[in-house]
Design a protein around this ligand. Structure first.
Ligand SMILES: O=C(O)CCC(=O)C(=O)O
Length: 308
């Protein structure tokens, strides 16, 4: 397969986005990092009116730098949410989850309607696809009185903390990502309609192979790219070796040092880089209801260090 980005291109892409931030944020914006590894609250932004090229470039650059961005007190309709996502790329329509009526790109996560077990598990979204999302924008629509936080972990920080020999070992490996790991028939085949939808989704998404270490197509930075939600085996080694290595990597990738935890308030919006992070929605608030809307931006085919 031909990958169009070479190392020089990656360095150029990285330096131009860093440049955008180095030259200052749009007027009235400020950024408060949440940890050295990842996460930042961006203040002074009205996402419903984010139109200028300068503002979009600044968001992109901040996303590359901080991996997860948070915006407080936003008032965006599902249509505005969709328009915001579309400013960053083509939008993904989830094969299983429902969407806002009339806005198929705005996926609904509603605990009164669905079993959301797959979200209370560390995962990077839709890596069962050949071209997993580059990012996703999540808006809080209805929150429980307490609980319901979301955690993110940085695959970049996790990669950087590995020893040189482990990095070298992992850089040539690939792994299988499987739709049925997080969406098993046992949970989705309850009615004939649900079964048909699940079967169509499974048939459209056979298991796919991705590099274990992913090179970010814009920044050139390396990140650990396996998650418990979808990664089922490391290719080319024995099953027990694969499961021991994956268990180690799942544990390593989600160490508190590489994590942030976000306590949602009404009006919060999170935008994460899905190429370098994984997340976990804490399921601790039942029987209260929680509703989130997600708009997901299609990404490119992941590639590893051997392709750069
Ligand atoms: O509801 C949340 O906080 C996170 C949702 C989630 O895990 C996802 O959109 O993949």
């Amino acid at each position: 397969m031909a990958y169009s980005l070479r190392h020089q291109d990656l360095q150029h892409a990285h330096s131009s986005s860093v440049h955008a931030v180095a030259h200052g944020l749009p007027a009235g914006w400020s950024v408060r990092p949440l940890s050295p590894s990842l996460g930042a609250v961006v203040q002074g932004v009205d996402l419903a009116k984010l139109q200028s090229r300068e503002a979009l470039a600044a968001i992109k650059a901040l996303l590359l730098e901080h991996e997860v961005l948070f915006f407080r007190q936003q008032d965006i309709s599902p249509q505005q949410h969709r328009a915001l996502g579309a400013a960053f790329g083509h939008l993904h329509i989830h094969p299983v989850y429902p969407s806002v009526p009339g806005v198929p790109e705005a996926m609904v996560l509603d605990t009164d309607q669905q079993d959301l077990k797959d979200n209370a598990l560390w995962h990077t979204d839709v890596t069962f696809s050949e071209t997993p999302p580059l990012g996703a924008i999540l808006a809080a629509r209805h929150l429980p009185p307490c609980g319901g936080d979301t955690l993110w972990a940085s695959g970049t920080a996790a990669y950087e903390a590995l020893s040189p020999l482990m990095k070298e070992h992992l850089e040539s490996l690939t792994a299988i990502h499987d739709f049925t790991r997080s969406f098993p028939l046992a949970r989705y085949g309850q009615t004939p309609d649900e079964y048909e939808r699940w079967k169509a989704a499974r048939d459209r998404h056979p298991p796919v192979e991705h590099p274990v270490i992913r090179v970010h197509p814009e920044s050139g930075r390396r990140a650990l790219f396996v998650s418990e939600g979808f990664t089922t085996e490391i290719c080319g080694i024995e099953a027990d070796e694969s499961s021991a290595l994956l268990n180690y990597l799942f544990r390593h990738a989600t160490k508190p040092e590489f994590q942030i935890r976000w306590s949602w308030q009404e009006g919060d919006v999170a935008f994460w880089d899905n190429r370098t992070t994984q997340h976990y929605a804490v399921d601790d608030y039942r029987p209260h209801r929680r509703i989130m809307h997600r708009v997901t931006i299609v990404g490119d085919r992941p590639f590893g260090p051997s392709r750069v």
